[in-house]
Design a protein around this ligand. Structure first.
Ligand code: PRP
Ligand code: URA
Length: 209
């Protein structure tokens, strides 16, 4: 049964509120995105398989739980997803990293792909797909379509802020993936921006515009 989880941890809520603040500058914005990604990753990776391995302490040998070596890939949706990668890699440093470049047309709000580079054997990996914003859902749906077309069966999408419209669209298009949401906001405005949201995540992370 796939997971759809909206975070309720007070640390995540507090940091997302700081992120929304229009006075939060690029440096703090980046730090917060990375911290939130790590806290969300802790929740999202709670079902990683473990196995019993013999560990010899200074006292004695015993069987102890260790990650069972499931192959992972973190595949951010460019640009804004890049800001979340460091937080996830802090938890799983040996994960491979791929990239999917999508931008939303400002008029039509449709996603356009401009780059894709994925780790080898992507079909054997658990793919973590971070993007801070799930607005109409178009970008996330296209990224998951793409990853699935490469044979991936195990996908976790992580976003910091989602609009109800985008969450519904992603669930309808891909009912078999796990979805982790930091905050489920009110709605989209006429420009397909999330309300209250935080503005343009890519511009705030990279200091553009
Ligand atoms: C933003 C965001 C998502 C997308 C969400 O990226 O990071 O990828 O919009 O919108 P959607 O759910 O309606 O598709 P954007 O296209 O602005 O590109 P950027 O990350 O390069 O700024
Ligand atoms: N992309 C963003 O960066 N912000 C939104 O509110 C919607 C799409």
């Amino acid at each position: 049964m796939p997971t759809v989880l909206v975070m309720d941890h007070p640390l995540i809520k507090h940091k997302i509120s700081l992120l929304r603040d229009e006075h939060t500058g690029t440096r703090d914005f980046r730090i917060l995105v990375e911290e939130i990604a790590m806290l969300m990753g802790y929740e999202a990776l709670r079902d990683l398989p473990i196995e019993e391995v013999e560990v010899k302490s200074p006292i004695t040998a015993s069987k102890q739980p260790m990650l069972s070596g499931k192959k992972l890939a973190v595949v951010p949706i460019l640009r804004a997803g890049l800001g979340m990668v460091g937080g996830i890699l802090a938890l799983v440093p040996s994960a491979k990293v791929g990239h999917i470049g999508l931008y939303r047309d400002e008029e039509t709000h449709q996603p356009h792909e401009y780059f894709c580079k994925l780790p080898e054997n992507i079909d054997e990996r658990l793919v973590i797909l971070p993007d801070p914003m799930l607005a109409t859902g178009g970008s996330a749906i296209q990224a998951v379509d793409f990853i699935k077309a490469k044979g991936c069966k195990s996908i976790k999408f992580m976003c910091i802020i989602a609009a109800p419209e985008g969450l519904e669209a992603l669930r309808a298009a891909h009912p078999d993936i796990d979805i982790y949401v930091g905050s489920l906001d009110d709605r989209l405005n006429d420009d397909a921006y999330i309300v209250p949201g935080l503005g343009d995540a890519g511009d705030r992370i990279f200091g553009t515009k």
